[in-house]
Design a protein around this ligand. Sequence first.
Ligand code: COA
Length: 147
Amino acid sequence: MDETVIIELLAWESAQPLALAVRFDVFVQEQGVPPELERDELDASSLHAVARFPDGSVVGTGRLLPDGHIGRMAVADSARGQGIGGRILEALVDRATELGHHQVVLNAQCHAQPFYMRHGFVAEGPIFDDAGIDHISMTRTLAKAKA
Ligand code: COA
């Protein structure tokens, strides 16, 4: 677990210059998602987790939509397997809890299903295609926020 990574939750205006490069590297370059599908109008209304090393370099991101959906989870290839993706996910879940959501939902790429299961998400429904990648819907029920 890399404890030195700092996770911040930012509005799109602040997150965009930080998060776009890692999203482009992971989804467009690595996974072949068309660039026009990578960005959408939901970015502007979402909260974005941005993970940075103390030197400022961005290693990961993810977003929480106003309706409690989580998406665009990405960690730079060189930084995976150190718990950074897990910390991004938990930061987004914590914020969803604070905002009063009863559950969070995401469309997981099937290969990442074990990652989300380890964080309490349960798969439901059929596997479906999105941008040429197999996905499955997953949900995590949230505890009530502490007063
Ligand atoms: N296949 C199988 N297991 C995977 C996996 C995959 N594609 N991606 C992550 N995991 C598992 C790893 O086996 C690892 O388990 P371990 O610690 O027992 O070895 C664990 O998840 C990694 O957890 P963590 O270090 O917290 O996550 P991370 O920083 O590696 O980030 C992702 C996880 C999914 C965000 C990262 O792998 C990523 O950016 N992948 C490419 C983009 C992507 O698929 N995003 C998800 C879209 S739904």
